[in-house]
Design a protein around this ligand. Structure first.
Ligand code: SF4
Length: 436
């Protein structure tokens, strides 16, 4: 039986797509391998939304092509990099065996098995659904991609070009997949899309995330349902009501605001009413834990804009802030703006914002010291007659918000929830003591 290995780069949406592909290939009698040296076929599912993501994708392609020189495995590239570069892919990587973009991901099996797919025609889109999904990790937590594409026109972003217009997936199809995942032991479901709060507008004519969440919250076994990538201007009162109503919807939301100064928000072509929206969320859900993303060094950004941002962050609305230096890319409209900010200044401002936010984070955790919560254990490693625990609280999204760490005298089971008391911070990790 031939062996296939898939490398998924970039965002959780790419992880979900790679898992759909794994499911399809397993169903086509290929053995799944995570060892390139023994694989007959390799797929690199790429990301290219900013420069560093492109460089990482290109680095992985070169690395796999080096393995090809030794083992002769077939190499295919998929996703956002081919979507961006199109036929230039073969100029840059003449030794690959083929490529598909985002909207043609579903054609990858045909390309691999029949080698007769015209991969130059690359409509944007994504693999939004599949009857087969093979989870790539064994932790009881996974992502559910509820829509593809994006209808916004943020001036710094090329994702609408790479992924096409917004396409919601039907509530029935999503709840069927969620039930199957819960039956397979998934306890945490993380909802992702380019913009999760726009869900349903295209297929139901109204924002329908509240309806979807209500259905998901009733699925047995789902202990945590988490919302990422909320878009400020599509947060409805109904949505916030659903957060209040269902205990298994995490009192947590990721809502990228990118900046707060109206000068910068209008140049980014983003909602100007962000402060009011954040205040509305906090009024309705005072204890909700918020995460956001901020860009520093956007063209035209002044010290005054940065000070305004720091003053806003110091109001303590957010527990977590991911800060990114502006990435000037020629495909994005913002590259044509005047007053480009020097990279070194963008970096200084990133560090300034990160340091500001770390103090806010510490103060927030200080306030919950001594609190006992249900924590999800993800790892339990025994060493020196102690058990080293890694896990998360409802207020921590995987991979981005740090972890809970602890040592215990007896082993804890990964995938189970245990009561533990918050003790202190260690960087962005939080030390806790389990009641064992
Ligand atoms: S909402 Fe997000 S994905 Fe859509 S254009 Fe803006 S930054 Fe890009």
């Amino acid at each position: 039986m031939q062996k296939i290995a898939i490398i998924a780069l970039g965002c959780p949406k790419n992880t979900v797509e790679a898992e759909y592909l794994l499911g399809v290939f397993k169903n086509k009698y290929l053995a799944i391998s995570d060892n390139l040296n023994e694989a007959d076929i390799a797929v690199i599912h790429t990301c290219s939304f900013i420069k560093i993501a492109r460089e990482e994708s290109e680095k992985y392609i070169r690395r796999v092509l080096d393995v090809k020189k030794k083992t002769g495995l077939r190499v295919y590239v998929s996703g956002c990099l081919p979507q961006l570069l199109k036929e230039k892919m073969l100029v840059l990587f003449p030794d690959i065996d083929g490529f598909v973009g985002t909207g043609t991901l579903k054609n990858l099996p045909e390309l691999i098995f029949n080698k007769n797919f015209n991969s130059f025609l690359l409509p944007p889109g994504g693999l939004n659904n599949s009857n087969y999904r093979l989870l790539s990790s064994n932790i009881p937590s996974t992502y559910l991609k509820i829509a593809e594409g994006c209808g916004h026109k943020c001036s710094f972003c090329i994702i609408p070009t790479l992924r096409g217009r917004y396409e919601s997936r039907a509530i029935k199809s999503l709840t069927d997949e969620a039930k199957a995942l819960a039956n397979n032991g998934i306890k945490e479901l993380i909802l992702v899309a380019q913009d999760t709060t726009n869900y349903g507008k295209d297929i139901y004519g109204v924002f329908a995330l509240d309806k979807l969440l209500t259905k998901l919250a009733k699925i047995n076994g789902l202990k945590w349902i988490r919302l990422l990538y909320a878009y400020p201007s599509s947060i409805t009162d109904k949505l916030l009501e659903v957060f209040k109503e269902y205990k298994n919807i995490c009192n947590y939301m990721d809502i990228p605001i990118q900046h707060i100064s109206k000068n910068i928000l209008s140049a980014m072509r983003r909602p100007l009413s962000t402060v009011a929206i954040i205040e509305k969320i906090k009024n309705k859900l005072p204890d909700i834990v918020l995460r956001t993303s901020i860009i520093t060094g956007f063209p035209g950004e002044t010290k005054k804009d940065v000070n305004e941002l720091i003053a806003f962050l110091n109001q303590g609305y957010f527990q977590y802030v991911g800060v990114f230096e502006y990435s000037n890319q020629k495909e994005a409209d913002s590259s044509k703006l005047n007053q480009q900010v020097k990279a070194v200044v963008a970096k200084e401002r990133r560090i300034l914002i990160e340091n500001t936010q770390y103090e806010i984070f510490k103060a927030k955790i200080d306030k919950i010291k001594g609190t006992t919560l249900d924590l999800l254990v993800e790892k339990c490693l025994s060493k020196d007659s102690k058990y080293h625990i890694k896990g998360r609280g409802y207020f921590q999204s995987p991979e981005i918000d740090g972890s809970i760490t602890s040592t215990t005298n007896s082993p804890l089971i990964a995938g189970k929830f245990y009561k533990a008391t918050i003790k202190c911070v260690r960087g962005y990790n939080i030390e806790a003591s389990f009641l064992d």
